[in-house]
Design a protein. Structure first.
Lengths: 417, 286
């Protein structure tokens, strides 16, 4: 049975661009109109409208008990879609039919008032999420235990640590009992252990027939929780289906190999008054007859930057990240004294080290081993293709690294027949 | 299996259709269903109001008492304005202050209710009328305190109320409706134009003198502009409120109440329509 049907949903925003001052005040509206009454020049030429479609012609339906992930870049329309489903935003066109009660978690601890105690805020937040007083009372002890804030129930939440605040907020929402639950990024906060606990709690909920819609940048969380996934781009739903397939195609579309970046003028180059990058480059050392990077390919990562300081102890620190944002490793050069001039650093990554996948490189210039002078995020992005020889298995090779460590077998005691 | 049956019956009961411009068909039912939320938001405002104040709820008493003392000094002792014959001047003033302060704080709170709760508007759905309705609670608590003060003062002057008192709830209700009639309009405007925040204290200051608070309407009843004066809907409410507390000796012209009822009803309907019309765009403008 489909519990949510979305038909031709679009959302349009009209953005007023005004030259000069920003913001609307009554004065702007009044002066514009009064001037026209008195035959003055209307300031209309200064007003330009721009139409912006946050969502365009979106259609999908969700079955009861599905756990649906929504992925896409920032500004792809994910949050707008959630807000339309939550009745917070009204669509410009289209129809949504929802069967069942909906609880939306668009942030942790919605409506928490810093002056109120933990106890008061549980009732406030619970009511905002659609729980009745008796429902909250019945689950009160469980919520408090889940959040682990027993000792601080009568303390104003402004005195809570951010961890406690988040745990309390999530604990309340985890005890909601709606048929449909809409969750936006709230798992992005809190420590790893609590995230695990939260995902577990949400899975339990959906096992009992609940439908969950979950938006996150954390693809690992989407994979862990969702069986279906919707992929949005520029306000359009471009793919939907089984989570693994959709995420694979999402990754293949977002990753683009970029091997060299060079900045010709200092104005464009990333950096500041002390240091400025000139060029970052990935130099693959292709084995014979290959033209793309695969798991066998050794490569060098080369960073060139200008140092504008007379005398400074500098080193480079490089992070290699997976596309989902997890850091795979971090390496750094030794710190050495340098004068003004162009400095280059080179890191060698051997073949048979990275597994197949998409990676990004961030690099940091550090002074005196402790002070980061400049950080370039996502300096390079590259893909490593799969390669295997003599293996008849073609499943996804697990892990971020695929090293070839010595791993031998031998016959210890042959049985002679 | 039983669980499943129960679930499908729940799914059938709660069917929502979201469409552009679809004024929620069950709006008023939703509002009623959310009455607990209304109550909790009201309690939040009341409870937050006096947190971290040394004197706490005593402020609810100090404000009307000190205003009354100053006004008795200025208007009775210095300006020597005549009061209603047979009514102690402080009682007359306190009656006026009580109902006027109730109206003006309720009106101010309603006007800022939507913008004050901006964090909720962008994150949860509920009938937006809940915000102005629950905003009245704080002013109502203050009103009750002020009314208690009036009773103490009446006992001190040995002033006994009569059957007029039965009409008191009506005038209180009128004051609330007046606060909504004007407040909802400003609450809606306030979402787009924050100028309202500047305008309201100014309006309230003018209102204080345009209404019979520090004086009695008897003083102006023979002026040629009196018919215009009673077009101020608060005149009938304030006079009526005092009349029901203090009896016939207090000046009250029923005609002024007719004006109040007509103006407030028309404004209330218009404001409510305006608020409901704009409600769905609050989130885009806030």
């Amino acid at each position: 049975m489909s519990v949510i049907t979305v038909e031709n949903i679009s959302k349009q925003y009209i953005i007023d661009h005004k030259k000069g001052k920003g913001g609307t005040t009554l004065r702007d509206v009044l002066t514009n109109n009064i001037q026209s009454i008195f035959g003055g020049r209307k300031q209309q030429q200064e007003l330009t409208h721009e139409e912006f479609w946050a969502l365009r012609d979106v259609n999908f339906s969700i079955e009861q008990g599905d756990r649906v992930g929504i992925v896409g870049h920032n500004g792809a329309g994910k949050s707008t879609m959630l807000k339309i489903l939550s009745k917070i935003i009204e669509p410009t066109t289209g129809t949504v039919k929802i069967k069942g009660r909906v609880a939306s978690l668009l942030e942790v601890g919605t409506g928490f008032h810093p002056e109120l105690t933990g106890r008061e805020n549980i009732f406030l937040n619970g009511a905002l999420l659609g729980m009745t007083r008796s429902e909250i009372k019945r689950q009160f002890d469980e919520i408090v235990a889940f959040a682990g804030v027993e000792k601080f129930l009568d303390t104003p939440v402004k005195r809570y640590s951010s961890g406690m605040y988040v745990r309390l907020g999530f604990a309340i929402s985890a005890h909601l009992d709606p048929e449909i639950m809409i969750v936006d990024e709230v798992l992005a906060v809190g420590d790893a252990e609590f995230q695990k606990k939260s995902i577990g709690k949400m899975r339990d909920n959906s096992a009992s027939g609940r439908t969950i819609i979950f938006v996150s940048h954390n693809l690992t969380a989407v994979q862990a929780l969702c069986n279906k996934t919707l992929y949005f781009e520029k306000g359009m739903l471009i793919e939907q289906g089984e989570t693994n397939e959709v995420i694979a195609s999402y990754l293949s579309k977002v990753s683009r190999t970029q091997l060299v970046r060079q900045w010709d003028t200092p104005q464009e180059a990333p950096g500041n008054d002390l240091v400025r990058f000139r060029r970052v480059e990935l130099i693959p050392d292709y084995p014979e007859d290959t033209t793309h990077i695969d798991v066998r390919t050794p490569m060098k990562l080369r960073f060139e930057f200008w140092n504008m300081m007379d005398h400074a102890n500098l080193n480079l620190s490089m992070h290699l990240n997976s596309l989902t944002g997890e850091c795979i490793f971090n390496v750094g050069t030794r710190s050495q004294p340098y004068g003004k001039g162009l400095i280059a650093g080179e890191c060698t990554i051997p073949g048979y080290f990275l597994n197949d996948g998409s990676y990004t490189v961030s690099v940091m210039i550090v002074k005196d081993t402790v002070t980061p002078l400049f950080v370039m995020d996502d300096g390079l992005t590259f893909d490593v293709e799969d390669y295997r020889a003599g293996i008849a298995w073609y499943g996804k090779w697990p892990g971020y690294v695929r090293p070839q460590f010595p791993f031998e077998m031998e016959m210890m005691e042959p049985v002679i027949s | 299996m039983a669980d499943h049956l129960q679930l499908s019956s729940v799914l059938k009961t709660y069917e929502t259709i979201i469409q552009p411009g679809r004024s929620e068909r069950h709006y008023w039912r939703d509002l009623w269903r959310n009455r607990e939320l209304m109550w909790i938001l009201a309690m939040r405002d009341v409870s937050v109001r006096y947190k971290q104040t040394a004197l706490g709820t005593a402020w609810g008493l100090i404000r009307p008492l000190s205003t009354m003392l100053v006004m008795v000094l200025v208007f009775q002792k210095i300006a020597k304005l005549p009061g209603d014959p047979g009514v102690p001047y402080p009682l007359m003033i306190l009656g006026g202050i009580t109902i006027w302060t109730f109206f003006s704080t309720a009106f101010t709170q309603i006007s800022s209710s939507v913008t004050m709760n901006a964090n909720l508007v962008t994150k949860v759905y509920f009938p937006r009328l809940i915000m102005p309705i629950s905003a009245v609670a704080v002013s109502f608590v203050d009103f009750l305190v002020s009314l208690g003060l009036f009773i103490l003062l009446a006992i001190y002057y040995q002033f006994l109320p009569d059957w007029h008192l039965l009409l008191l709830p009506f005038f209180i209700l009128m004051a609330i409706l007046a606060a909504f009639a004007f407040g909802l309009f400003f609450a809606t405007i306030n979402v787009r134009f924050r100028d309202v925040g500047q305008l309201i204290p100014f309006l309230m200051q003018i209102g204080f003198y345009a209404c019979p608070i520090a004086y009695t309407s008897r003083t102006v009843a023979n002026e040629w502009w009196y018919p215009i004066y009673i077009l101020n809907p608060m005149v009938g409410i304030i006079d009526g409120f005092r009349w029901s507390l203090l009896g016939e000796q207090s000046f009250f012209n029923p005609q002024s109440l007719v004006a109040s009822v007509v103006i407030i009803s028309v404004c209330l309907v218009l404001s409510l329509y305006f608020f409901r019309k704009r409600e769905s765009t609050f989130v885009d403008d806030i």
